[in-house]
Structures are given as C-alpha cells and as structure tokens.
Design a protein around this ligand. Structure first.
Ligand SMILES: [Zn+2]
Ligand SMILES: [Zn+2]
Length: 576
C-alpha cells in the first residue's frame, strides 16, 4: 500500500515536471483593439453534419468569448436551403456548406440552395457555386490527408483557407510515422498530456507554417484571392477517419470553445452591425468578398488589433483593395503587437522589410505594380515557433492593363452534324431500375431531340440514364463536340466518350466533361483535350479512333435519386 502511494506520487511528480517543461505559454494579453474590425469564426460544423452541438449552443460559446459572427459550414451537397442570417445569443450566424469534390473540400457561403447536388470535379463545383452567386473557398489546401487536400490551384476559387488547425496535428502525426519520427512523437506526446491543462494553447503550438501560402502568393499576382483562416471546429476528433468527426468513436475534442480560442478572422465592414441580421449579414459578406479582413492566431496573443494601408497619388486603400499605379507607394502598418513580435512586409512574395518591432511604421515602396501583404510573427514567445500571428490580405497595386486574355481556340474548319432534325443513330442506355427514352420532337423551325429520364429512387446503386450516339469509325478527325441544349430544370450532366468492346485492354474506358444545362437553350462546346477519365482508365488520354459512343449521361453525382425530367438537344456536331 505504501509502495503504491509512493509510485503514484512519483508518477504525479514526473507528469508535473514534464508539463512544467513542455506546457505552451498562455496567450499574451494585449491592449484593447482599436482597428474597428469585427471578430468572428468561419468553418464550423454543427450537429447537422458531423459536429457535436447545434447552432444555438455553439453561438452561446462564441458570445462568451466576445466573437461577433459565426459562419457554419456543414458537410453537404448544397441542396439544403441555408438558414437565413440570424442573431443567436447576440452573435450573427450565417449558414454555408462544405462540399466534397474530387479535388478536395470546397466551402460555399452566401449562396441559395442549389437546384441539383453539387459534387464531382472541383472546377465544375466552383463554376456552379459562382453561377449561384456564392463565395467559394478552397479548404485546407495543406492537409497531409490527400482526400482532404485541395489540389487544383487553376480552379477560379474566391478564397483559400491558409490556416486550419486540424491540419497542424495531422502534419505532426504524419512526421511521427515518417523517417525521423522521434521528435514528432515527443511533440505529440507532450501535446496529449498538456492538452488537459491548456487546450487552445496546445492546438496553437501545433500549427505549422503552410506551404499553401507560396501558392496563394503566386496566384495573387494574377488575380485577387482572399486569405481566410478556418477553425474547422467539430468538437469531435476521430484520428483515423478522413474528416474529423466522421467516426462514431470520436472524442469530444477539441471543444468548440478551445477551437474558438485558437484563431479568428477580423473583418472590417463598411458600417457597424446594427442588429438587423439580414442587413448585417450583407455587410459582413461584402467585406469578406472584398478581402477586408485579416486572420489572427489568438492562441499566441489577443485581442489582435491591426491595420494595413497603402497610399499613392490615387489615394489610400485598405487590405484587399486595388490601387492604380501612381508614384511611390507608402505602406503603413499599425498594430498592438508585443515588442518581441516581428512584422514582415512582403512584395510579390519577397521580403520588403523584415525587422520591424514597433507597433506603427511606414515603408516607402517604388511605383511599380506589386502585390503587398503584411505578416506579424509571434517571435520570442515561450517555446512557440515563429508562428504567423497575423496575416493580412494583399493590397494590389496594378496598372490599368487588363489581364492577358485566354489563348483563343482555333475557329471551326469542319463541322459534321450528329443531330440535324432526325433521330437516326440515337438510342438510350440505363440501369435495370431507371428509365430512359429518346424521340424526335417537332418544333417551330425544325425538330429537337427529346431525352426523357427517370432515375430509380432509394439508395444510390449506380443509377444512370444516358442518351447515346454510336460512332463506329471513331472520332479521331475532330477536336470538339458542340451542341445546343436545355432541360426542364437546371442540372449538370456528364458528356462522355466511350471506347468500344472491340478495343482490347481499354474496352469500355470512358472520358468525361460535365456541363451545366439551363432551362433556356444554350450552346456548349466540349473540348476533347479537356476530358478527364471516368474512374480508372487503361490509357492516360483517349485514343479517339477507338471511341465508339458519345453519351449524355444523367447519374447520381449531380442528380437526386428518384428525379425525372426532360432534356432537349437542338443541334449537335462533331467539329474541328
Ligand atoms: Zn474539410
Ligand atoms: Zn470542415
């Protein structure tokens, strides 16, 4: 008995010493903010998807911490009608969605419900979000988990999540399984023990510099991209599942409160919140869309206060704004950073000034076009690494010259109709439970091809209905398919090329490009060099002489189970 007490006492003492040595510092507490920004959090999962709590409970937590807005982003396909902006516990709550695409997760906010499920290729989902008027954010681009990582930087997203605490521990965990695992394992062990004492500080200490910052910076030289910090708060942790919270065996960690203490966005709206949720929601979104915001790692120091402006002969602008080229540029930073922190100014991805420790300073930059941003690093603060405490959005100094136009495609030199009024050669394909039919439909001034489909209801079991045109001699002579199309209700269909049965190894391989179909007829061109493989194919590119069918496919990716409708095609031609 005495021995047990002694062993226990020794263990407690050992943990106490360990914690004393490894415990990350408390956030420095700073002078009250004077920048007129509104603090809040984006990227939150509620119990409508895989989060622990409902919106009211989560808002009550945010209110306690002094946050003024929350943007919920439950996983979904964007067909659920989002809640209108509303105040809960005095916190303005907006409702968005996090969409799974084949190129990573895409957050869409400020958007009505989509008339069809959004899914599939990242570029298509981004196009749908933009058409619906939403603001799209590439989520966790630096996640080491490949299913989560945003991969396609050519997609025209509006914002990018450069800070996501969920990514931090995943990188450490990956290193702990890597070639030099011990340092990372020690780091994670101390995090697990220290977590009980200072959860938000531990999450903060695990944040790692993001490689996505360089890619973002390169993009901003061509177009505006808003930098966002997302909490990715679930209040659930399931280390082995793809997304935190997906598993039934999840731990209720970190709590919403701990997540909300780690980081925040500070948005400068063009007028203060009035208490009218609709009007305030609009003001908030105007500011976010304009990039009038900075991100702060509150787990290092809080509350943040920060201003970044640029002045030249055209006037003065704030972060997120563009300013025409006009004489030397005066860049000004004002913050409440502690003296040990370091402020860095960046110009086109290069350091312009790296050794500022004062809270207010100006730097003169040359007149040339450039993209400027400011960053304050939490240097000299306990055992924390040189974390980025504050990251501004860029100020864009640009000439009036328009961006270089896209390389034009060659004009049509050959056009062979595959539908010009007679339905010859057209047929349908469908799974055993779904229905499809095609007929010629007389119309003023000619005829249309009318395709009717009805996908079977119930669970997803590979429902598919397709309109098919056989191409027995291949399509090697062409580089595009052009057609005029409309549908009974807005939808996204997949135009596919399929190899024939007689083509050996690659028999039945398919390539696709999805297209949006509206209720009024619109012309669409599918370029064969832009096609992507459907699943696994035997060749990297289609062998066009082996293509035996062109398919217009309605399937469960972008169409609800049990949906039925009609699609009309007026003209369709293979062209070069
Ligand atoms: Zn995600
Ligand atoms: Zn998420």
């Amino acid at each position: 008995m005495k021995k047990l007490v002694l062993v226990t006492a020794a263990l407690v003492a050992a943990v106490a010493v360990f914690v004393g040595v490894t415990l990350p510092p408390r956030p420095l507490s700073l002078a009250p903010p004077a920048d007129g920004t509104i603090p809040g959090i984006i990227h939150i999962h509620t119990n409508r998807s895989d989060g622990l709590s409902g919106p009211d409970e989560i808002a009550a937590v945010a209110a306690k911490l002094g946050l003024k807005f929350l943007i919920f982003t439950d996983h979904g396909d964007a067909t659920r009608r989002p809640d209108p902006p509303q105040y809960r516990s005095g916190v303005l709550c907006l409702d968005g969605v996090e969409i799974s695409t084949s190129g990573g997760h895409y957050i869409a906010i400020d958007m009505p419900a989509s008339p069809f499920p959004l899914a599939g290729e990242a570029r298509d989902v981004a196009e749908d979000v933009r058409r619906l008027g939403g603001f799209g954010i590439a989520a966790h681009p630096d996640s080491p988990k490949l299913e989560l990582q945003w991969t396609d930087w050519t997609v025209p997203f509006d914002g990018v999540e450069l800070l996501n605490p969920d990514t931090g521990w995943r990188i450490w965990a990956q290193q702990a399984n890597g070639s030099a695992p011990w340092a990372a394992r020690r780091r994670l062990l101390s995090a697990v023990i220290d977590y009980a004492f200072r959860p938000a500080e531990v999450i903060t200490s695990l944040v790692q510099p993001s490689g996505a910052v360089d890619k973002w910076e390169q993009l901003t030289r061509r177009r505006r991209v808003v930098a966002i910090a997302g909490a990715d708060a679930h209040a659930k942790l399931a280390p082995r599942s793809a997304d935190p919270g997906d598993s039934r065996y999840a731990l209720p960690l970190p709590s919403y409160e701990s997540s909300f203490r780690v980081l925040s966005m500070h948005v400068k709206t063009d007028r203060p919140f009035s208490g009218d949720a609709t009007a305030d929601g609009r003001a908030l979104m105007r500011a976010i869309r304009a990039g009038h915001l900075y991100t702060a790692l509150d787990g290092a120091a809080k509350p943040a206060s920060f201003e970044f402006t640029a002045t030249n002969e055209h006037g003065t602008v704030n972060e997120g704004d563009e300013l025409g080229v006009g004489g030397p540029v005066m860049l000004r930073v004002r913050s409440n950073a502690p003296p040990g922190f370091t402020t860095i100014l960046w110009a086109n991805g290069s350091v312009l000034g790296a050794d500022h420790h004062e809270q207010e300073f100006s730097v003169e930059a040359p007149a040339e076009p450039a993209v400027y941003r400011a960053e304050i690093r939490a240097t000299g603060h306990g055992n924390l690494g040189p974390l980025s405490w504050i990251r501004s959005n860029p100020i864009y100094i640009r000439g009036s010259e328009a961006a270089a136009p896209a390389v034009p495609r060659p004009p049509v030199t050959m056009s062979v109709p595959i539908f010009d009024g007679a339905a010859d050669g057209w047929r349908v394909e469908h799974d055993p439970l779904s229905l499809a039919a095609v007929e010629r439909s007389p119309n003023v001034g000619g005829a249309e091809l009318r395709f009717r489909y009805g996908l079977a209801g119930g669970a997803s079991v590979g429902q598919v209905a397709a309109l098919a045109f056989d191409t027995p001699r291949g399509i090697a002579a062409y580089d595009r398919l052009t057609f005029s199309i409309r549908a009974e209700h807005p939808m996204r269909i997949s135009v596919q090329l399929r190899v024939g049965d007689d083509q050996g190894e690659s028999a039945r391989d398919r390539w696709k490009q999805t297209v949006y179909v509206d209720v009024s007829a619109q012309e669409r061109t599918v370029w064969f060099d832009e096609l992507l493989p459907v699943g696994k194919t035997h060749t990297g590119k289609p062998a066009f002489d082996g293509i035996r069918a062109i398919l217009f496919v309605v399937d469960a990716t972008n169409t609800k189970m049990g949906d039925s409708g009609r699609i009309w095609i007026r003209k369709a031609s293979l062209e070069k």
